[in-house]
Structures are given as C-alpha cells and as structure tokens.
Design a protein around this ligand. Structure first.
Ligand code: ADP
Length: 248
C-alpha cells in the first residue's frame, strides 16, 4: 500500500534521510522508531507529499506521491501531529469539518460523519463546540484523529501523536488507537520514540538513526536478531518493564 524507494533528503549539510526504503502492507501499522533528529518526521512529510525528496520516490496505492501544499487537508491520506495540530481560531468541530468543507461535502453529510467519528473516539457533542485551548491534551488528540479520519482515507500518518500527553492518558489513547486502527482496517505509519508504543501498535518497525535505516522487522526480530548493538541499546534504553523483557 505504501512503498518508499531509496528516498534521500538533505537540508544544507544535514542529511535528514539517506537511502531509506520501506513497505507498509495494506491494513497494517508500521512504526518509525528513533531518537530525535533520526529523520522520522521528514520521512512522514515525504510520504505525505509536503516535502520533496532529493532522490527516490514514494508510492501510495501504486500512485507516485507528488509534493503539494495543504495535502493534509484533502485526499487519501489522513495526518495527525503532536497536540493534534489544530487551528486555534476554529472550534474543535470547525477543525474536524475542515477537510469535508474543502472537499465540498453537503452539510448533512458532514454532520453525519462527525457524529460517527465522535462515537468512534468517544467524545461528546459539548467538546466539539469548544476551542482547542479549552480542551485537554487527550481531547485535542482525539479531535486531531477525528479530523484525519473525516474523509475516511485508507492511509493515516501519525507523527508522535501522543508525545505531549502524560503517561496515564497516553496509555489509554494508545489502546484506543490500536482499537480504531484494527476496527477500520487502516494502513498506518506512526512515528514514536516510545518503545512500548512501538510494541503495542506496530506490526512492523523501522528503526532509524541519522537518516539511515538501522533495522526493519517485527519487535521480536529486532529484539532477538539485532543487526548491531545499537538496536538492543535503543530498545532497552527506556528501562523496559517485564512485558518487554519477554521479547529478548
Ligand atoms: P525526527 O523526526 O526523527 O526527530 P526530523 O526528520 O525532524 O527527525 O529531522 C532530521 C534531521 O533533519 C534533523 O537533523 C533536523 O534538524 C533536520 N531537518 C528537518 N527538517 C528541517 C528543515 N526544514 N530545515 C533544516 N533542517 C531540517
């Protein structure tokens, strides 16, 4: 469904991506894992078409992605960023409606879809009437997910969607995202530096460092057959609890 072929991207002297390739099968979740500066966000933006690679190409459902501004509001790919990336001057509902309005949907179809999505992410009506500044971090994130799902895109790209949340809210939303991805059968690319999130959500993982792919595979493969010591160091760096130790 998503194929990244030999993508490279530099910013001046900085190599953000260096010959990165990966495949994401339809209906699965692929996690981009790595420290800050590893190139994860750049890769998501290239897949989305917000950033043009210097070399290589990306195919989504067999179609080459060509860069276009405001890609995150239209088309077949939903995009969620940290804190939801909501427009502060619009209510939560106004943010959720935006892609449908841009696509020219009639009002009653928009309302029907908003109600469906509010039920899916377990938000009640009152929340949709508030402005982003009046919402909790978890609510903002749910609104961001609703907006990304508005046009029912087959593909979702989530860039550290839960990064700004406290651990308890985060754990709850992780479980919720897992349920939503499975229920909707979406093809998902999710960026995180949280190893537990990678285990919970990722059928496959790409571990990046300095713009390069270090290793790709399931968590168990990375844990049991690390290609270099860095893989184990990275996976264990967050002092994993017992549930992760079982993989090693
Ligand atoms: P990550 O998401 O893994 O933290 P990024 O993709 O944001 O990593 O960044 C990869 C590298 O590219 C970093 O060194 C970052 O500073 C650099 N970079 C990313 N975007 C830009 C940009 N627009 N201009 C200049 N440098 C950038």
């Amino acid at each position: 469904m998503i194929a990244v072929h030999h993508v490279s991207k530099r910013y001046g002297a900085t190599v953000a991506l260096d010959d990165v390739s990966l495949e994401v099968a339809s209906g699965t979740t692929h996690v981009l894992l790595g420290s800050s500066g590893a190139g994860k966000s750049t890769l998501v933006r290239v897949i989305l078409g917000l950033v043009a690679p210097d070399a290589g190409e990306v195919l989504v459902a067999g179609v080459a992605v060509t860069p276009a501004p405001r890609r995150h509001l239209v088309g077949g790919v939903g995009y969620v960023v940290q804190e939801g990336g909501l427009y502060p001057h619009l209510t939560a509902g106004g943010n959720v409606r935006l892609p449908a309005e841009a696509a020219g949907w009639p009002g009653e179809r928009v309302v029907r879809r908003m109600n469906e999505l509010a039920a899916l992410v377990e938000l009640h009506d009152g929340v949709l009437r508030r402005y982003p500044a009046e919402l909790s971090g978890g609510q903002r994130q749910r609104i961001g997910v609703m907006r990304a799902l508005m046009l029912d895109p087959p593909v979702l790209l989530l860039d550290e969607p839960l990064g700004a949340l406290d651990p308890i809210v985060r754990a709850g939303l992780q479980a919720e995202l897992r349920r939503i991805f499975a229920a909707l059968g979406k093809t998902v690319v999710l960026v995180t530096h949280d190893v537990r999130e990678a285990v919970l959500l990722g059928a496959a993982i790409t571990l990046l460092r300095n713009g390069k792919v270090v290793q790709q595979g399931t968590f168990a493969e990375l844990a049991q057959r690390p290609v270099e010591p860095f893989v184990t160091e990275f996976l264990l760096a967050q002092a994993p609890p017992a549930e992760l130790r079982a993989y090693f």
